[in-house]
Design a protein around this ligand. Structure first.
Ligand SMILES: [Zn+2]
Length: 296
C-alpha cells in the first residue's frame, strides 16, 4: 500500500506541474477525447485537462497540456473539428496546462490569462515541489490579460473568466460557460484520490486561498453544474462540497496540533491526514507546507 501511494505521488509530482521537458512517460501518453456536450470536448492526457468549445466562431481551448503532447493534442482536436483554435485560455501558468501555448500562439490563436499568470509565463519560475519552469517565447505568452474578470461571447455562449483570488497559484482562473452550466476550475479542484490538493506555495498558492476559492466555485455551481477539474474526471457540485470538507478537515487538524504546541516534525510523524489521503512522503511534504502556512 505504502509503495502504491508513493508511486502515485511520484506520478502526480510530474502530472501536476513543472515537468518541462520531462521524459518519455509523458510523451508516450495518448490523448483521449471525451464528448461532454454538443460542441464541447474534454481531452485527457498526462497533464491537466484540456477543454474545447467549438462552433461557427472557431475553437476556444481551455488549457493545452504539456508541450511534448502538443502534436497528439492537435491531432485529437483535428479528429473532432476542422475549425481552428482561435482562443486559448490558461487556467494558470503551470506547464502541464500551458505547454502547448507556443504552438497555438504560432498557429494564430489569441492566448488569454489572468495577469499574474502572464507575468509568470514571461519569466523563469521555480514551482513548489517540482522545480524550474522556463519563460515561454513571446508567441506563447498571453496577449490578453485581465485582473478580476473578463467575458467572452463566442459560439452562442457567454463565457465568464473569473479570478477568484490566489489559491493554487496567484493567477488562477475559473471559467464558467453560463448557458451550458459548465464550470472549469483549473487546479483549485482536482479529482485525484489519495493525493492531497496541491498548491504552489512559492507562487502565491496557499491552503487558505484554496478554501476561499473553492467557496466561490460553490457559489457559481448548482446541483446540475458539470464541474471540470484541473485533473481527473468530471464531477458535480457535491464532489466539490466533499473536497472542501477535506480541505477544511486538513486545516483544522494541523491548526489544532499547532495550537497544542506541537513541532512540525511531531505533526508530520502523526500522519494527521491519513484518513483523507493515507500516508507517504508526498503527503508529509504537504503537511509541512500547511504547517508553515499556519505556524506564524
Ligand atoms: Zn497546477
Amino acid at each position: 500500500m505504502a509503495r502504491t501511494v508513493i508511486a502515485m505521488l511520484m506520478l502526480v509530482a510530474v502530472s501536476c506541474a513543472g515537468a518541462q521537458g520531462a521524459g518519455m512517460n509523458i510523451a508516450s501518453t495518448d490523448i483521449k477525447a471525451v464528448r461532454l456536450q454538443d460542441g464541447l470536448y474534454l481531452f485527457k492526457g498526462y497533464g491537466g485537462n484540456a477543454v474545447l468549445l467549438i462552433g461557427p466562431d472557431g475553437g476556444l481551448l481551455v488549457d493545452d497540456e504539456y508541450a511534448v503532447l502538443t502534436g497528439k493534442l492537435v491531432a485529437a482536436i483535428a479528429a473532432v473539428t476542422d475549425q481552428p483554435v482561435r482562443f486559448v485560455v490558461n487556467t494558470h501558468f503551470h506547464d502541464d496546462h500551458t505547454g502547448g501555448n507556443e504552438y497555438f500562439g504560432r498557429a494564430g490563436a489569441i492566448i488569454i490569462a489572468q495577469e499574474n499568470s502572464r507575468r509568470r509565463m514571461s519569466s523563469d519560475q521555480v514551482v513548489s515541489l517540482y522545480g524550474p519552469q522556463h519563460a515561454y517565447a513571446s508567441i506563447g505568452q498571453p496577449r490578453i490579460t485581465f485582473e478580476q474578470s473578463l467575458q467572452l461571447h463566442l459560439n452562442g455562449n457567454s463565457i465568464d473568466l473569473k479570478y477568484p483570488g490566489p489559491a493554487h497559484t496567484d493567477g488562477d482562473t475559473i471559467i464558467f460557460l453560463r448557458e451550458r452550466n459548465v464550470l472549469m476550475t483549473g487546479d483549485l479542484f482536482v479529482r485525484a484520490p489519495y493525493i492531497p490538493p496541491y498548491f504552489d506555495d512559492l507562487n502565491g498558492g496557499s491552503l487558505e486561498g484554496m478554501i476561499h476559492c473553492v467557496d466561490q466555485v460553490l457559489v457559481l455551481a448548482d446541483e446540475r453544474t458539470l464541474v471540470l477539474p484541473g485533473h481527473g474526471e468530471p464531477g458535480t457540485r457535491s464532489d466539490v462540497v466533499e473536497y472542501r470538507g477535506q480541505l477544511i478537515g486538513a486545516r483544522e487538524r494541523i491548526r489544532a496540533a499547532i495550537a497544542r504546541g506541537e513541532s512540525e516534525d511531531a505533526v508530520v510523524a502523526e500522519h494527521p491526514l491519513a484518513q483523507y489521503w493515507g500516508a507517504g512522503r508526498g503527503i508529509d511534504r504537504w503537511v509541512r507546507i500547511v504547517y508553515r502556512e499556519y505556524h506564524r
